[in-house]
Design a protein around this ligand. Structure first.
Ligand SMILES: Cc1ncc(COP(=O)(O)O)c(C=O)c1O
Length: 402
């Protein structure tokens, strides 16, 4: 007689671990939980999200609308439309006097977010080290981990204008160093790097044959200082993967368009990964980006002037209430010290939200060296900035030590 083997039904408690070690090693972003909390409150003010409060300028939206009306709804070339790559090459030449071949040295991506991931996956082998600043943008460490690289952080201190010290970088270079990741103007500090320091880092890269991945998404948002593009420094085009985008300067966060400019072997490697994962950036997004580059740049100048007015108000306001604040020269973040309250940055952000309904991001979300600070994004209306400062004043008065 045949016996039937009964298979025990699988229950969730017997399910084997399905999450990869790579994914398990990532920490969730320390930013999101505050927005989720804010959404449950009335009368809250957010200095949290790092995105422009302006809608995309109308001429850019109109170009995209027209592209939809005329049926431009298909995939584009993996590398991005030839028109956009040509226009990007023209714009990089005019901004920084660097000549990129639109045929094989440029790749249009789904924001700088994708470009960063592609850059890491294209050049990092398991165990390779990537030197990067602390504090820095939350995705930097994760992008290295996802590529199975090893992040090596360089502390950036307020006393040194939150710049990345070339000496500190040099001390961390080993045989395994594959890349140095720079992100200036900086999210979260608003710091920019001086030409002298960038030149020293460039020398380190050339001398040790290291690639620089330079995230310059805030290049157009600087105040009283000119942005220096790493790839434009002598001999650096060959050593740099330049990442740039449209999200911040053109208020286009939702369109999801960015780019990478790099030597052709690296662009070819990045394009292979991009073609199997994204295929191409969105077609209407690329039409909008083309219009952003071709159209009048007054919209960018006007937004920068507006951010600058808010920057001056928030920095002075924070200092006046006793939160000493480094003067940011780029991006749209103020990074005041909260040490006078004796709280950790996490406690400060949580209690400020609970008691005064103002969202700021704890500096520790950006790395260990961010502890003792909070990030306040001033890409929000002047009225909201002033109201947030009023509430923060009340809060600091209550908890100030000494
Ligand atoms: C430093 C930095 N790099 C990259 C990004 C991501 O930009 P994108 O919208 O182009 O993906 C951000 C977004 O906040 C950022 O602050």
């Amino acid at each position: 007689m045949k016996t039937k083997t009964r298979v025990k039904p699988e229950t969730s408690s017997h399910r084997r671990q399905h999450v990869s070690n790579r994914a398990a090693r990532l920490s969730p972003s320390g930013i999101r939980k505050f927005f989720d909390l804010l959404n449950t409150m009335e009368g809250g003010i957010s200095l949290g999200v790092g995105e422009p409060d302006f809608p995309t300028p109308w001429h850019i939206r109109e170009a995209a609308i027209e592209s939809i009306e005329t049926g431009q709804t298909m995939y584009t070339s993996n590398s991005g439309t030839p028109e956009l790559r040509r226009e990007l090459a023209r714009s990089l030449k005019s901004d920084y006097a660097i000549a990129y071949d639109p045929g094989d040295e440029l790749l249009i991506t789904v924001g700088v977010s994708e470009a960063l991931d592609l850059a890491m996956r294209a050049i990092i082998n398991p165990g390779d080290e990537v030197i990067l600043p602390d504090p820095s943008f939350v995705a930097y460490i994760s992008s290295v981990i996802l590529a199975e690289g090893v992040p090596v952080t360089v502390p950036c201190y307020e006393e040194s204008n939150f710049e990345m010290s070339p000496e500190a970088i040099a001390r961390r270079i080993t045989k395994k160093t594959r890349a140095i990741l720079l992100g200036f103007p900086s999210n979260p500090t608003g710091a920019v790097m001086s030409r002298e320091k960038l030149l020293e880092i460039a020398e380190l890269a050339k001398h040790n044959n290291i690639t620089i991945i330079s995230d310059e998404i805030y290049a157009k948002l600087t105040y009283g200082v000119a942005h220096i593009c790493m790839a434009s420094l002598p001999g650096m085009k060959d050593y740099t993967i330049l990442l740039g985008g449209f999200s911040k300067a053109y208020a286009m966060t939702g369109w999801r368009v960015g780019y990478a400019a790099a030597p052709k072997d690296i662009i070819a490697a990045m394009t292979k990964i991009h073609q199997y994962t994204m295929m191409c950036a969105s077609t209407m997004g690329q039409v909008a980006a083309l219009e952003a580059l071709k159209g009048d740049q007054d919209c960018v100048r006007e937004m920068v002037e507006d951010y600058n007015r808010r920057r001056l108000v928030i920095v002075k306001g924070l200092c006046d209430i006793g939160l000493s604040c480094f003067e940011p020269k780029g991006a749209f973040y103020a990074f005041p010290s909260i040490r006078c309250t004796g709280m950790t940055s996490d406690e400060f952000a949580e209690r400020l939200l609970e008691e005064e309904r103002v969202v700021v991001v704890p500096g520790s979300a950006f790395g260990q060296c961010g502890e003792g600070y909070v990030r306040c994004c001033y890409a929000t209306s002047m009225a909201e900035i002033q109201e947030a400062l009023k509430r923060m004043k009340r809060f600091v008065k209550k908890y100030r030590k000494g």
